[in-house]
Design a protein around this ligand. Structure first.
Ligand code: 0O1
Length: 370
């Protein structure tokens, strides 16, 4: 019951551009998904997120199961109504956040036991519970519970995480088949650290399970861009060409265009939102640190050509002032400008693939962000 229809409209080398259709709307690919961890894209109104061109946002099992609780969100009508975002929502399964945020966690065959970073309460997250939580949230695209090993890790640890994640992929599919509403989808997640043979083993085994889409996990964990892109190039060829590929946690503008060139269709990263809160802006000329006093007298905006009011209608001097003064408007304007830039970037990527000139765009981004 493949809920997702993925249509590829154009190619340029390994890169694809197309559309992923869900019951709640169509996602233009390659797509960047703004992160809305705790039922909010931090410092932005949902309508403003939509106006930047974002077709889909991200939510997270780990955060929402701890607060306000998945059952409470379900009682209130689900995550879309709760946060007033009517479009598609993709949720991560929480495994990655447990390992990076919680205290005293224990990994076992059954799942992961951990203490909440909020109130210290103890929780058990199993593949079945992760599916149940994502169903309660009403997620349109769910992720399996997986084990993302730290980097570096031994080859044995990488191999063990591949096999555990594959067993959890089976259990997630069984739970999903029993529980999920029509129109929802579950993605498998490829692991294997930086080992090509483990990546092939993971990808092929997941392909046997026939998922409607495949996430590539275990990357952007400190291996660096070269190893990430090399591993990516050794992973996508083993995934079905007619299904979407989602590279988790990536990334900078350069990482994104380079990953698109290696066959990736979907991305998520806290970079545009988190950087915006720290006074950093993304522009076509590169990154701008608005904390820097060099901007104190600059009457020009971030980008006079930008369709985004935050990047077009406010001087850098004013943004610098807001950042230094700790004004609430600073994270609001800079998050807006950054999320809008990432959507502008994806629009340019889609057009470049359609017109066979992705390499030009790669060069342009490498000059600004390399
Ligand atoms: N299930 C799962 N999730 C992963 C994630 C989380 C993706 N965003 C989730 C959202 C849901 C809520 C929050 C995020 C990853 N994020 C990264 N790198 C982020 C690197 C980064 C860190 C900080 C700033 C910028 C980049 N690698 C990831 C690997 C995996 C993985 O194997 N399995």
């Amino acid at each position: 019951m493949s809920a997702l229809a993925f249509d590829i409209h154009g190619r340029d080398g390994e890169a694809r551009t197309g559309a992923l259709t869900t019951p709640r709307g169509t996602i233009r690919t390659p797509a960047f998904m703004p992160v809305g961890t705790a039922a909010s894209v931090k410092a932005m109104f949902p309508d403003t997120v939509r106006e930047t061109g974002a077709d889909i946002i991200l939510g997270n099992t780990y955060h929402l199961m701890l607060r306000p609780g998945a059952e409470r969100i379900a009682r209130l009508g689900g995550l879309h109504d709760f946060m007033n975002w009517p479009g598609p929502i993709l949720t991560d399964s929480g495994g990655f956040q447990v390992m990076s945020l919680s205290k005293l966690r224990k990994l076992s065959e059954d799942g992961v036991t951990f203490q909440s970073h909020i109130d210290g309460s103890t929780h058990l997250l199993t593949p079945e519970r992760a599916v149940e939580i994502q169903c309660l949230l009403g997620s349109d695209i769910q992720m399996q519970l997986d084990e993302c090993p730290p980097y570096p890790c031994t080859r044995e640890e990488a191999a063990s995480a591949v096999e555990l994640s594959l067993r959890w992929a089976e259990r997630s599919q069984d739970a999903f088949a029993k529980r999920a509403a029509a129109g929802h989808a579950l993605f498998g997640i490829v692991q294997g650290s930086i080992h090509p043979d483990l990546r092939e083993r993971s990808a092929r085994a997941l392909m046997e399970m026939d998922f409607p889409g495949y996430a590539i996990g275990g990357l952007a964990v400190g291996e660096g861009p070269d190893l990430m892109l090399e591993t990516l190039a050794q992973t996508t060829p083993h995934l079905p060409a007619d299904k979407p590929r989602y590279l988790m946690g990536v990334g900078t503008p350069l990482d994104i265009v380079e990953a698109v060139a290696r066959g990736v269709d979907m991305f998520d990263c806290v970079m545009p939102t988190r950087s915006g809160r720290h006074g950093q802006a993304f522009t076509w000329a590169g990154k701008v640190n608005l904390r820097n006093a060099a901007h104190a007298d600059d009457p020009g905006p971030l980008d006079p050509e930008s369709p985004c009011p935050a990047a077009r209608d406010y001087s850098r001097a004013y943004l610098h002032h807001l950042v230094k003064a700790g004004e609430y408007l600073a994270p609001m304007l800079l998050t807006w400008a950054n999320v809008a830039f990432y959507q502008d970037l994806m629009r340019a990527v889609r057009a470049a693939i359609q017109e066979g000139r992705l390499d030009e765009l790669r060069t342009r981004i490498r000059v600004a962000y390399g």
